[in-house]
Design a protein around this ligand. Sequence first.
Ligand SMILES: Nc1nc2c(c(=O)[nH]1)N[C@H]1C(S)=C(S)[C@@H](COP(=O)(O)O)O[C@H]1N2
Ligand SMILES: [Mo]
Length: 489
Amino acid sequence: MELGFPLWLRVVHYLNIFLMFLLIRSGIQILLDFPRYYFNDHCTPGTEWIKFTRKKVPSDRLWTSTDEALPISSWIALPGGRHSLGIGRHWHFFAAILWSVNGLVYIALLFFTGQWRRLIPTSWDFVPQAWRTFLTYATFHVPSAGEFHPYDALQQSTYALVVFILAPLVILTGLALSPAIGGRFPWYPRLFHGRQSARSLHLLSLAAFLIFIIIHVTLVGIVHFKKAMAHIVLGLENHREALSIVLGLFALGIVVVVQVGATLWSQHNPRGVQRLTGRFISSFTRFFFYGLRSRQAYRKAEISPYFWTNGYPPVTREWEEAARHNFANYRLEIKGLVERPLSLSREDLRAMPEETNITEHCCIQGWSGIAEWTGVPVRDILARCCPVPGARYLVFHSFQTDEKGREYYELLELTEAYYPQTILSYAMNGEPLSVAHGAPLRLRMETKLGFKMVKWLKSIELVEGYKAMGEGQGGYREDTQFYDIEAQI
Ligand SMILES: Nc1nc2c(c(=O)[nH]1)N[C@H]1C(S)=C(S)[C@@H](COP(=O)(O)O)O[C@H]1N2
Ligand SMILES: [Mo]
C-alpha cells in the first residue's frame, strides 16, 4: 500500500507542534517552582540527583518550599515570572489532555488505515539499514532521496520509539504525580519506583523530547528540505514545493502567535485563564477522579526523615502568645450551616475517636514526604454538629494571614469530608504537631495536593457556596495563585 502523507496525518502532526510548545513551556515553569529532582520520595535536601538551583536550604531558620521557586523569562516559560505555577499548570494540563487525545487519534488512525507500517519495522533488515544511515549522517553525508519510503530505517525506528515508548512514558509518569491516583492506588507510582522517580522520569522524558525535536527539525532543514516540506504540508510528491514552504512558515507563524497570545493573556487576565482552562480540565478530573478515597497505608520504615514545610506560621501577637502557652486555651470553632455549632478544646479533640494513617504528602510544587498523621476524623465532628440540608462545603479557616491581611482558607466538599482519611491532625510521627507543620491542628486530606491541608486551623464553617468568600475561587491559593480548586492532579 501507498505510505504517503494523508491529510489526517498532517493535521495531527500540526496539532502536535501546537500542543508540544504549550506543554514544554508550561512544563519549564512548573519545573522551576521546585527545581530539585530525586529518585526517593523523601526529598531530603542533598539527596537530589540533579538540581537547577544554587539555593542552599538554611539550617538556622525556617525555609519553605515557596522560597525555592526561581524566576524565568516568559520568552521561555509559560506564563513566565516567579512562582506562577498555578497558571503554568493550567496550560500544562489543558495541553496534556488535548495532546493525549491527539496522540490516541493518531495511533488509532495508524492502525485503522494500515499506516502503522510507516513506523513499525516488519523485518529485522531495519537494523543494518538504520546503522548504515547512522554512518551516513555521522560522516556528514545525506542519504539519497530514494532511501525514504516514506522514512529511512533510522528515522522509522526513532519515530517508533518516540511514539510507542517515549510518549506513553511521559503520560504514565505524569499520571503518577497525581495525589488522587497515588492516594487511591498507591501501587501505581511504585511501578516507577515511587512518585519522585516518576517525576524524574517525566523530566528525563522532557530532555529526550527536546533532543529528538532539535535533531528532527535540524534534519528536516538540511535533508531534502523542499521535498520534506512538501510532504509535511501538502503531502505531495515533487510538486508545489515553494507553496508548501510558504504555507508551512505561515502555519508556524500561527503557532508563534498563539504562544505569544497565551503568554499575554496569562499575564493580563490570569483569572480568565484559570476559569476557562480550569473548566475544561475539571470536566476530565471530575469524570475520572471524583470520589476517589485514599487507601494509603505506608509502613513506619517508609516515613521520611525530612519533611519540607510550606507557609510561614501566623505572626500576630495573640497567636505567638498562644503558641508560647502550648495552645492550652485553643478552641476549634465549628459554625455555619449546622444544627449544633461546636467549640472544641484540645481535650475535647483528644477524647474523640482517633485515626492514624501513614500517607504520602504531595505538594503542588513537586516535593513529597511520607509521614504518620494522627487526629480526629472530620466525619466524627460532622456527626456531632449535624450539617443542615443545603450545607455543601466545609471551609477551613486558618489563623494565618498574608502580608495583605488575607486569610488562608481552603474548602472541601461535604462528601469528601466524610472519607476515612480526612482528619484533623494534632500529631505527626507520634509527636505533637510542630508549629512549622501546623500546630495545634491541621487538616489532612490524602487524595489532594498539599495546599488544601490548612495549617494553624482556627475554625470550620459549613456553607452552601463560596462565591462570596475571598475572591470567590474556593480558597486562598485559588484566589491568589490561580491554583485549581480540585487539586487532584
Ligand atoms: N495556613 C496555611 N496552611 C497551609 C499552607 C499555608 O501556606 N498556610 N501551605 C499549604 C501547602 S502548599 C502545603 S504543601 C502544606 C505543607 O504542609 P507542611 O508544611 O506541614 O509540610 O501545607 C498547606 N497548608
Ligand atoms: Mo504545597
